[in-house]
Unconditional design. Structure first.
Length: 275
């Protein structure tokens, strides 16, 4: 436990900037002949009927902006340097309008990182899977409302969404993707694609996600090795927290998570929450 706490503190407050690591990854991809595609562009390619197969040298860079929205600029600048574009999904609490508009203007894909099922569960103190049916429709309505407001704030279409994995979802045993499992909900909200849809995830030869210190990638799945091996398509999922120190954002998220966790475990409604 002590080592786990130390690793988390090191990751959130001491970890050095890793921009050079990201630059090296993209340079490696270019040297090995990979095309950088957004989530939406890759899905469109598959929907077009163009054949997909092993060895397809496509690299999809997906960024879930859970914290520190301005770190998105670092990712975007490095992608633009090699002539590529990435996909950026912002939560309500990280929806920096200026950053989102800058990314869209530069040709990157900007979408919504949604979590309304977890949010409503916390508000209602619904901490068991048996409570999901009673909050599902409210969460779907909240999703549509939040998305409409975010579109109005940013002036962006935001037609691609990606589920956020909250601790409450793990406790409920249900992903936020349940909100968009109904096609009528998607149509009403104007969502063309969810980043976990089969046309994105099922055709991948390699997928990895960044991890907290001392690891860089989940279960040792280093994308550099996959690039050198010529695997494809490859999807790499990153989060700002793992790429350098962002004291304010990490402290805010850690404190909020601790308070929410205590109340959620006790089944107590978090009545002040409304997001």
């Amino acid at each position: 436990m002590a080592r786990h706490i130390w690793n988390r503190l090191h990751n959130d407050y001491l970890r050095t900037d890793r921009r050079d690591d990201y630059r090296a990854l993209l340079d490696l991809a270019v040297r090995h002949g990979y095309r950088l595609l957004t989530v939406g562009a890759y899905a469109a390619l598959r929907r077009s009927g163009e054949p997909e197969g092993d060895g397809r040298r496509i690299l999809i860079m997906r960024h879930d902006i859970d914290t520190a929205p301005r770190v998105a600029r670092m990712f975007a600048e490095e992608e633009a340097r090699v002539g590529g574009r990435g996909s950026y999904f912002f939560r309500l609490q990280t929806a920096d309008v200026r950053v989102m508009q800058e990314l869209a203007d530069a040709g990157h894909e900007v979408g919504y990182h949604y979590e309304e099922l977890a949010t409503v569960a916390k508000e209602r103190g619904a901490n068991g899977k048996d409570r999901v049916p009673e909050i599902l429709e409210e969460a779907r309505e909240r999703f549509a409302q939040n998305l409409a407001r975010l579109r109005a704030r940013t002036g962006l279409p935001l037609r691609i969404a990606a589920s956020h994995g909250d601790f409450a979802n793990r406790a409920l045993g249900v992903s936020n993707t349940l909100l968009l499992a109904d096609r009528h909900v998607r149509e009403r909200a104007g969502i063309d694609l969810e980043a976990y849809d089969p046309e994105v995830e099922d055709g991948l030869a390699f997928r990895t996600i960044d991890m907290t210190y001392p690891l860089d990638w989940r279960q040792g799945k280093d994308p550099a090795a996959a690039l050198r091996a010529g695997l494809g398509p490859i999807l790499v999922l990153t989060h700002p927290r793992q790429w350098g120190r962002q004291w304010y954002w990490n402290a805010r998220e850690d404190l909020k998570r601790a308070a929410e966790g205590v109340l959620f475990s006790a089944g107590l409604p978090q009545v002040w929450r409304r997001a």
